[in-house]
Design a protein around this ligand. Structure first.
Ligand SMILES: [Zn+2]
Length: 183
């Protein structure tokens, strides 16, 4: 929002997709805090979601996270892979299990993004975390699926995060500076 992919925008959801999924929600230029509870979209339920470590069934991160992609591919094929990167490579090479797992993840992520957009009027969705390294292999089909899930709604742009692993550090420093500047 301050220096990265969403600079200059007011209605943004940042989704960090790694081992799990977490997010930051901005509406009308302000971060939505919800008493510290806002942004837990990895534990919002989606169709096709599986049993989650949080105790619920159906959470987005059980199917849409990089961790879930690797785990589900290993379960389907009996072949252990270190991460989602290898599954994207398998899918690109035409491997049906890889394609299925990636497709399920994109379907689930698109469902959640469309829900957010319909409820909040989000204008941009920034995707960060390990899964964002897949680049166009993730973002192109995700854009298409999100578009299919929306009609008269605002149609958000999907952007790759720009700050990488430094985002949290820079955000913490900005927060500290903001506290010092507060009257
Ligand atoms: Zn959960």
């Amino acid at each position: 929002m301050r220096f990265g992919a969403a600079r200059g925008l007011d209605d943004v959801v940042v989704i960090i997709v790694g081992t799990g999924i977490a997010g930051a929600v901005f509406c009308d230029g302000k971060r939505v805090l919800g008493g510290g509870y806002a942004g837990e979209l990895g534990h919002a339920q989606v169709p096709g979601g599986l049993d989650c470590t949080c105790g619920l069934r159906g959470c987005l991160e059980t199917i849409g996270s990089a961790g879930a992609i690797a785990r589900r591919y290993s379960e389907l094929t009996g072949q252990t892979v270190p991460g989602a990167r290898e599954v994207f490579a398998a899918a690109a090479a035409g491997d049906p299990a890889g394609r299925r797992v990636i497709d399920d993840a994109i379907t689930a992520l698109a469902f959640s993004i469309a829900q957010l957009v319909a409820i909040l009027g989000t204008e941009a969705v920034v995707i960060g975390g390990g899964l964002a390294q897949a680049g166009a292999a993730l973002l192109d089909p995700l854009r298409l699926r999100v578009k299919q899930n929306l009609s008269f709604h605002r149609h958000p742009v999907l952007l790759a995060a720009q700050m990488g692993q430094d985002a949290g550090l820079i955000g913490a420093a900005l927060r500290a500076r903001g506290l010092l500047d507060a009257p």
